[in-house]
Design a protein around this ligand. Sequence first.
Ligand code: NAD
Ligand code: MG
Length: 300
Amino acid sequence: MTDAKTAPVLIDPTTKYPGPPFDTPKQSAPGTVHKLQPPADHGETSYEGHGRLKGRRALVTGGDSGIGRAAAIAFAREGAHVVITYLPSEEEDAREVIQLIEKEGVTAKGIPGDLKDEGFCRSLVKQASEVMGGLDILANVAGKQTHQKSIEDITTEQFDATFKTNVYAMFWLCKAALEVMPAGGTIINTASIQSYDPSAILLDYASTKAAIVAFTKALAGQVAERGIRVNAVAPGPVWTALQPSGGQPMDKLKDFGSHVPLKRPGQPVECAPVYVFFASDASSYVTGETYGVTGGNPLP
Ligand code: NAD
Ligand code: MG
């Protein structure tokens, strides 16, 4: 029997964070955390580390905001050195993350650039491993999402930029990272519920996310014998700048998250523990896996 004194503190996941209706302003891509209303939780004050990644060396793409920011903060709180990358226009968001990482007493560095450029991807991995004295965690979190009603509205430029950002950059970064990554190293890609249940208005984006799941499984099979594991996180609706900066039509954002069983969007910090799990030795027998953080819409 538990009495009131010993009863655990239980948190109801349906009311833990805000739910719809939302009224956040429209932004231009790539968007900033500062215009999100209500603000998102990336773990700035809420994520508590437990030394799970002590001394590890992590590169996190898209580490300035959203899910990448939450992963970068969590990795640092768990004791890892962290390099983040982001677009040059996102310097303000990135600075804040770098300061939070520095507070953990680990190496912290930001390297801005465009991941659509193969040369940048290669030099990013090289610089990151020089700064940290090696590289053993690669978290590919950066992504591009632009809704369009019809295939006629998707230009070749958009299709190309979405595939370059979401698929090619992951390929280039994995290729370069595998040249330096030792046994025990881990790669974490970012898929989506869209990999399996594509929205009609996200034709190009959903296609990239399906590709990421297949790429993750195939690469995991390839590098297993080298002692390197490759997994993917598949978020459902998460409260980030991606959505009001062209990811979703503004009228759809009003009830963002209402269609999942938990009836609210996830917060970036709620994805972080899965990145930490895949990065750490706790998942030593897990590779080629995709883990959903979807608010209850199951992955197939
Ligand atoms: P976000 O906008 O906060 O993060 C995306 C980041 O990608 C940006 O901060 C930017 O730094 C980076 N990026 C985009 N284009 C780039 C380029 N050309 N070069 C370098 N960096 C570039 O949004 P988020 O929602 O946190 O997105 C992170 C990942 O999560 C993405 O892969 C996204 O597809 C995925 N995801 C998000 C949701 C969601 O609902 N928010 C759901 C499923 C999957
Ligand atoms: Mg950003």
